[in-house]
Design a protein around this ligand. Structure first.
Ligand SMILES: [Zn+2]
Length: 46
């Protein structure tokens, strides 16, 4: 999986790989968890 191709679903910015299991959006200040090598790019539901 190429993480460079993944962008934030909210602001479409590039995501930064913070750790092996976490992607981070600089613009939204939001973290996304990587589960089974797939980033969980869901908007907050609350
Ligand atoms: Zn964002």
């Amino acid at each position: 999986m190429n993480i460079e191709l993944i962008c934030c679903p909210i602001c479409q910015s590039d995501l930064e790989k913070k750790s092996e299991f976490i992607l981070f959006c600089d613009s939204c200040n939001k973290e996304y968890i990587i589960k089974n090598d797939i980033p969980v790019l869901l908007k907050e539901r609350i």
